[in-house]
Write a protein that binds this ligand. Structure first.
Ligand SMILES: C[S@@+](CC[C@H](N)C(=O)[O-])C[C@H]1O[C@@H](n2cnc3c(N)ncnc32)[C@H](O)[C@@H]1O
Length: 301
């Protein structure tokens, strides 16, 4: 079953959603996504009916507003996308740059959807002033309006009336969390010496993140983090400290496009970390079964 995905977003967990959801309890009161991005995990969770309610948060305001509009007002978003897309004439590259300039002045979420659908490699990029600076894909015109409409309505039907939308730093969500919830966190790539990543609007600091996890442990909050990973033998990202008592699991993210280009067979493994409260909620046997199934999958591919 293909899940709807109107937003093309760098680092989207759409293709890994099924593997990640294996570790979710089935009785989630509210699923909280503090680093929602394209909200791929909320969409998959709603599709499988694992959670009653959702809090979708991202510091990137135009992105978060777009998610809210897609879910609550699918008709407006589809119509606006179609208008902007149809304005692309012969000179669609020029059209892209005009829309990009307008977006950088207005932060209009309708314009943002078109830019994400049309930008090179489907990858958003920001300069140091937070301005969107990715170039257009010169060979494609972006998702056709009828396909976009299908995806928009697909997401809306899964989440309408169930989601709350926030655009704040993840640490400010602490008071919203209870032990019946699940927090799924996929923070931006953690550079060791810099907290800026041109792929995202903002980065996070490792120490502050670890401190936040300590607070969640004290409150017995169930959470799952997508954090570091490895490509073949090469580890990337900073590890999380052992005193947090997290269960570390690796999932197979497939062959990286870089490795494929170089004709290599290296597979990327992404880490998942499960919190102590979550481990109490899903039985140990379940985790062992899932891990051995994952191993079979890792070796089979
Ligand atoms: C790796 S992406 C998440 C991708 C997402 N899992 C998906 O499937 O599309 C990380 C997101 O965190 C957001 N972000 C960065 N710093 C943040 C902060 N301090 N608080 C909340 N969100 C933040 C970025 O805007 C970005 O959308």
């Amino acid at each position: 079953m293909k899940l709807p995905h109107p937003i093309q977003y760098q680092g989207s967990k759409r293709s890994l959603a099924l593997q990640i959801l294996q570790y979710f309890p089935s009785d989630i009161e509210t699923l909280i996504e503090p680093f929602a991005g394209s909200a791929a995990i909320s969409i998959a969770t709603a599709h499988y009916g694992y959670a009653k309610n959702f809090i979708i948060n991202d510091l990137n305001k135009p992105l978060l507003k777009l998610l809210e509009l897609i879910i609550e007002h699918p008709d407006d978003v589809s119509k606006n996308y179609e208008i902007i897309w149809n304005q692309q004439s012969e000179n669609s590259v020029e059209h892209y740059f005009t829309i990009r300039d307008e977006f950088n002045k207005s932060n209009d979420s309708f314009l943002f959807l078109y830019l994400m659908a049309r930008c090179a490699k489907g990858a958003v990029r920001y300069n140091k002033n937070g301005q969107f600076n990715q170039s257009p894909d010169k060979r494609r015109k972006g998702t056709m309006p009828q396909n976009m409409k299908k995806n928009i309505y697909g997401v809306s039907s899964l989440l309408k009336g169930k989601a709350k939308f926030k655009s704040m730093d993840y640490r400010l969500l602490i008071d919203d969390l209870s032990d019946k919830d699940l927090v799924y966190m996929d923070p931006p790539y953690q550079g060791v010496c810099s907290n800026r990543d041109s792929r995202y609007y903002s980065g996070i600091e490792h120490d502050k993140f670890v401190n936040f996890l300590e607070q969640l442990n004290k409150k017995k909050i169930s959470y799952i983090i997508s954090y570091d990973g490895r490509l073949g033998d090469k580890q990337y990202g900073e590890s999380l400290p052992t005193y947090l008592n997290l269960e570390h699991i690796e999932i197979n993210a497939g062959r990286s496009s870089q490795a494929t280009l170089l004709g290599k067979k290296d597979i990327t493994y992404e880490s998942l970390y499960l919190s102590p409260a979550l481990l109490n909620r899903i039985s140990f046997k379940n985790i062992t079964d899932i891990n051995s199934k994952n191993k079979e999958y890792m070796y089979a591919s």
